[in-house]
Design a protein around this ligand. Structure first.
Ligand SMILES: [Zn+2]
Length: 123
């Protein structure tokens, strides 16, 4: 069984995840405003909505990598609430502390991640 995280550790991860999420959303609003493809109030509206739920327009305006990361962050936040955070979603083993610190939103342990990447390369 993976060790239980204490309240403080959980809170730290929650803060890290929330900050990362906010930075993706903010970066996006900047990109939209700078490109002037959209009125800035429309861009702001999109960002405001993104704080609670993602509209199709919002998701479409993200790059694939950002969209994937945002969804991973949301899933990690859900796992934190259900005390499943830090457990590999494939093999159910504990994800290493260093790995979690570097990539708190990762759903997989290093072994499963490497296996998945090898399989992708083999395709
Ligand atoms: Zn694993």
């Amino acid at each position: 069984m993976p060790r239980k995280m204490n309240k403080k550790e959980k809170e730290d991860f929650r803060k890290q995840l929330a900050a990362k999420k906010e930075s993706i959303i903010r970066k996006l609003s900047q990109t939209i405003t700078e490109s002037k493809e959209m009125e800035s109030n429309v861009a702001q509206d999109l960002v405001d909505k993104a704080e609670t739920s993602y509209t199709k327009e919002f998701l479409l305006s993200l790059s694939d990598g950002e969209r994937e990361q945002l969804l991973l962050i949301d899933e990690a936040l859900k796992r934190l609430e259900h005390s499943e955070f830090g457990v590999c979603q494939l093999c159910q083993k504990e994800i290493g502390g260093k790995r979690l610190e570097a990539i708190p939103w990762t759903p997989y342990c290093i072994d499963c991640q490497e296996k998945a990447e090898e399989e992708l390369k083999a395709q």
